[in-house]
Design a protein. Structure first.
Length: 319
């Protein structure tokens, strides 16, 4: 709202920055007013603890930047601006599918951190199981949806953007691996082992950088997407191995994940036959997306008792 207001009064592009900064200031003030916790200077022991954590945790932030931007930077040296624009559009669509996983991570971290000191590994594994069970709830159907409707969705931007369908599929696959990797790494950090997370993330950064340069040079813009997917899968595997060494055997909810895949397959099977009968254009594509979402949600809830229990728990008591 602030961004719209400052743009309206004539600040133009600067209004976007000012509006974003203003919203952050207002959100911070609201948080201080509504919270019982008041800012105070940390003790020397707390400061040392934060410094010990920060000397390893910075690689996590670097990993995020590499994951989000390195492929685009490398592409700028090898391909034209038009292909980079299509690549970024595909990246933006793929990233939206991971929002649920990011929310789960933010909720999970304080819960695990709170009990990590007492080494309640059974409870930590339970929290992780819950997180893994629902991390792919949007990404998995998004992958199948892109397989059926990817070209039509990319054409929302411009007709020529449809050529990025293959890129979109690879990037969603990368995000599928990333949502699970992020939960594993989140728990590693929450149990105060940033040193272990550091080792996994530094491998990701190195592999991603090397593969991006080599594959983009040899393959073209598809190489950037493949490099991102491969390095993210390696991060998932590395995170699993490291976390298992710290908390013991990890139970992966393969049954729940399989049900999401089955529901996504049913969605694709239901949408595919009618794609050719729906007029091209945004309204028709939105109708197909809504149809797919309805099929996926219905089948998933029918298959998963765990999902029905969670959804029921989120509904108002009166319902």
């Amino acid at each position: 709202m602030i961004q719209v207001a400052v743009l309206y009064v004539g600040f133009r592009v600067a209004g976007i920055t000012l509006g974003h900064a203003g919203s952050l200031v207002l959100a911070a003030l609201a948080a201080i007013l509504l919270s019982d916790v008041r800012p105070s200077l940390p003790s020397l022991a707390q400061l040392r603890s934060m410094l010990d954590y920060a000397k390893f945790a910075w690689v996590g932030a670097l990993r995020g930047r590499v994951f989000g931007w390195l492929d685009t930077i490398v592409l700028s040296f090898f391909v034209g601006a038009s292909l980079i624009g299509i690549y970024e559009a595909a990246w933006g669509i793929a990233s939206m599918l991971a929002m649920a996983s990011a929310s789960i991570s933010k909720t999970l971290f304080p819960e695990v951190s709170d009990i990590s000191g007492s080494e309640q590994f059974d409870q930590i594994r339970h929290y992780l199981d819950e997180a893994l069970a629902f991390s792919g709830v949007f990404v998995i159907p998004g992958l199948f949806g892109a397989l059926v409707l990817g070209e039509r969705i990319l054409r929302f931007y411009r007709p020529e953007f449809g050529q990025g369908t293959g890129i979109l599929l690879i990037l969603i696959t990368a995000y599928l691996a990333d949502v699970y990797a992020s939960q594993l790494m989140n728990v590693i950090n929450a149990i105060d082992r940033p040193d272990a997370a550091f080792r996994v993330n530094i491998v990701f950064v190195a592999v991603n950088a090397v593969l991006n340069v080599v594959l983009v040079w040899r393959v073209g813009w598809y190489g950037a997407a493949v490099a991102t997917a491969i390095s993210t899968v390696l991060r998932t595997v590395g995170g699993y191995i490291v976390l298992r060494s710290l908390v013991g055997s990890i139970s992966v909810p393969t049954g729940e994940i399989a049900k999401q895949f089955l529901a996504s397959l049913a969605m694709a099977a239901g949408v595919w036959p009618v794609v050719g009968r729906v007029p091209a254009g945004r309204p028709g594509t939105l109708v197909l997306v809504a149809l797919g979402a309805a099929i996926y949600g219905t089948v998933w809830l029918a298959l998963s008792t765990r999902a029905r229990t969670k959804v029921t728990g989120l509904l108002p008591v009166s319902i």
